[in-house]
Design a protein around this ligand. Structure first.
Ligand code: AMP
Length: 183
């Protein structure tokens, strides 16, 4: 089964995604981590990606779709295992691109209100060292980008009856246990 875990910034996708891939037969594809690694590579492309991430904007669809295509072509998925996407697709264009490459079975949407998310991210900013977690204006921009570009991805999968909504405003374990009932 191939799944997508999505939700606004701070909703806990990364934490839940890691829990799932460490304990269940899923190979994680985490675009935020892939892009952060590239942004530290010291190349010109890396520097461009870094300034996009630090501003809280999205890297261009073509770049991410091509990278995803190459990554999926090289990926060896053991039989019985699935893929867990975290951070992709983040736009409708990315979702239709992914639909053309492989079948997604379930999309898990972590929901939480914006004010609580911002408090959570600012707390995380102290620990994660992520530039995009430290500045309130950048966090608010990421929220706007989520609402404008990424929320339609949830509607897209809802219309395919693949969307499952989970209340993310609970303990890590409570959220995790509910996710386990779906995967
Ligand atoms: P995340 O760790 O998922 O919060 O991602 C961190 C940042 O990486 C985002 O704010 C974007 O700048 C960039 N990013 C991650 N995934 C994507 C994607 N699928 N499309 C475009 N930009 C992305």
């Amino acid at each position: 089964m191939n799944i997508i875990i999505m939700g606004p910034p701070g909703s806990g996708k990364g934490t839940q995604g890691r829990n799932i891939t460490q304990n269940h037969p899923y190979i994680g594809i985490i675009t935020g981590e892939m892009l952060r690694a590239e942004s530290e590579s010291g190349t010109e492309l890396g520097d461009d990606i870094k300034s996009i991430i630090d501003a809280g904007n999205l890297v261009p669809d073509d770049m991410i779709n091509n990278a995803m295509d190459a990554h999926l072509t090289d990926l060896e998925v053991p039989s019985g295992a699935g893929i867990l996407f975290d951070g992709y697709p983040r736009t409708l264009n990315q979702a239709t691109y992914l639909d053309g490459i492989l079948t997604i079975d379930k999309v898990i949407l972590l929901e939480m209100n914006e004010e609580d998310l911002i408090t959570r991210i600012l707390k995380r900013g102290g620990q994660s060292g992520r530039e995009d977690d430290k500045d309130i204006d950048i966090i608010k921009n990421r929220m706007e980008v989520y609402k404008t570009d990424t929320a339609p991805v949830a509607d897209h999968y809802n219309s395919q009856q693949k969307l499952f909504k989970i209340n993310a405003d609970r303990s890590i374990n409570e959220v995790y246990n509910e996710i386990l009932t779906l995967i």
